[in-house]
Design a protein around this ligand. Structure first.
Ligand code: GLV
Length: 312
């Protein structure tokens, strides 16, 4: 088989190239725009340029080199019939659980306050935040949402979740769309720490506007490790200002890198990280992609195929 790696980051492209070549020694692997002798059978990539699909017209599938697929699903030049396959966990769920647990624990145990107190040589014990007073709501129950939910529950937090369709969640409440707004409202009202972990689709874009965020419990804390487009920036800022929200941790933004003059950078109630909550690990990713290419070549079905209608 012929495989082309097309990645907006050169070092990531090289890591994928090495990992795939090691797992599929018979395959011919190239890094775009390097030419193969014939059009590629499979592409593995992130943010392909428009010309990519003009040249690669014989692809049997496009593997996303990440969990999110909105950039390839919404790609203006990608043929509608091209199967898109996303990474499933591939070492990202553990990282995401670590990231979210760190932020929730940090918030509930007042770590930032103690950092500040140490700076001022100040000895003061605030009233502890009790996990029971900070029920966690996980929005999105894929590989990452599920691992975040079970990890936080194991740490003693009250956790519930929201998914597009109802899913069993190991004894935790799972609210679901059912095509109506009722369960979403119930989810919000039960939530004081919101963790956003759903893909960016036409259904989730701008989902967390001011009306929605206002339905979270008073003093709620918001963590977004999915995509910036799910939360309306101005709504978040307005509700932090009014005190309805008490803080936020943001890993993802509408524009990345986050522009230096964006108010999130210097906001005293916002923690910013540079889209690092769950990094793609090329070796784990390549294990999965290589196995799926083997199955596809043998005419067998694979999991993780994107349903274009739902957008992930
Ligand atoms: C990262 O955001 C990814 O989609 O893998």
């Amino acid at each position: 088989v012929r495989i082309v790696i097309v990645h907006s980051t050169a070092s990531a492209a090289r890591a994928w190239h090495e990992a795939i070549a090691a797992r599929l020694p018979e395959a011919v692997v190239a890094i775009w725009p390097q030419e193969l002798d014939e059009p590629a059978d499979y592409a593995i990539g992130w943010n392909p340029p428009a010309e990519f699909f003009e040249r690669e017209t014989r692809l049997k599938a496009f593997f996303s080199a990440g969990a999110g697929v909105e950039q390839i699903v919404g790609h203006a030049s990608a043929p509608r019939s091209l199967p898109i396959i996303r990474l499933e966990d591939a070492g990202m769920a553990r990282q995401m659980a670590e990231y979210c647990a760190y932020e929730v624990i940090g918030w509930c145990t007042s770590r930032r306050l103690y950092d500040e107190q140490q700076r001022l040589a100040r000895w003061h014990e605030p009233r502890p935040r009790r996990p029971a007073e900070w029920p966690v709501g996980v929005f999105g129950l894929g590989f990452m949402g599920r691992q975040v939910a079970t990890t936080l529950r194991a740490l003693g937090y009250r956790v519930h979740a929201y998914a597009r369709s109802p899913k069993p969640l190991d004894g935790m409440a799972c609210y679901a769309d059912h095509g109506g707004a009722g369960d979403f409202t119930a989810f919000l009202r039960a939530t004081r720490v919101l963790i956003v972990l759903a893909p960016l689709t036409s259904e989730t874009r701008d989902r967390f506007d001011e009306t929605v965020l206002r339905q979270l419990q008073p003093g709620a804390y918001v963590i977004n490790a999915a995509r910036g487009g799910l939360i309306v920036d101005e709504a978040l800022l307005a509700l932090l200002e009014s005190g309805h929200l008490s803080g936020a941790t943001l890993d993802v933004f509408r524009t990345e890198p986050l522009p230096p003059d964006h108010p999130f950078w210097r906001h005293p109630k916002i923690r910013v990280t540079p889209h690092i909550a769950a990094l793609t690990l090329a070796p784990e990713g390549a294990d999965q992609v290589a196995e799926k290419i083997g199955r596809l070549e043998a005419g067998l079905p694979v999991t993780g195929v994107v349903e274009r209608e739902r957008g992930y």
